[in-house]
Write a protein that binds this ligand. Structure first.
Ligand SMILES: O=P(O)(O)OC[C@H](O)CO
Length: 177
């Protein structure tokens, strides 16, 4: 457990605060939870930056970082179902993709190095964070934009999952002659 992985893992601390603070929310508790969420989401950038800067990219980190992101994102999304702000099936699509890719990552690690997050996975996570931020702001007009942002993130979540799963040609089969 190096520093970047400890930061990734500590992101999980935000989850119980979010689940507690957003249950029966007041505008104040929503603003506080939004602050907690954004600090936690910010560590997603920080751990990756430190891992590269300190040359501490590890197999554990490549698995832990996306896994913790998934839990951090799914906690508020489930609360938004509780608030009747999102339909369960939309969140289910995200949950199904995230479970699938986590399982795929474990499975692919059996035959080689763990596949870290790619550009599309990172873009997907950013889109989820933007949507959650807009939905958590206790102002109706922002929530309406957040609902649109949520569906954009559902689309990106599906597309990024398919990109991971799309069969890659190995160099030996893709080269001609
Ligand atoms: O789509 P994944 O599973 O690669 O996750 C991407 C990470 O959350 C980016 O930090």
């Amino acid at each position: 457990m190096n520093l970047p992985n400890t930061i990734s893992f500590s992101r999980l601390l935000a989850v119980p605060f979010l689940l507690y603070g957003l249950h029966d929310p007041t505008p104040t508790s929503q603003w506080i939870c939004l602050g907690i969420f954004l600090v936690a989401a910010g560590t997603d950038w920080l751990d990756g930056y430190l891992a590269r800067k300190l040359n501490q990219v590890t197999e554990l980190g490549k698995f832990l970082d996306p896994l913790v992101d998934k839990l951090l994102v799914l906690a508020p999304l489930l609360v938004f179902i509780e608030w009747n702000d999102l339909p369960a099936w939309g969140v289910f699509v995200i949950l199904a993709r995230e479970l699938t890719i986590a399982g795929w990552r474990v499975n692919s690690s059996l035959s080689g190095p763990i596949a870290g997050a790619n550009f599309w996975g990172k873009l997907k996570t950013v889109s989820q964070i933007v949507a959650i931020t807009l939905l958590m702001i206790p102002i109706d007009s922002w929530n309406s934009i957040g609902a649109i942002a949520f569906w954009v993130s559902v689309g990106l979540t599906l597309i990024s999952g398919l990109i991971y799963l799309w069969p890659q040609k190995s160099p030996s089969t893709s080269s001609v002659n």
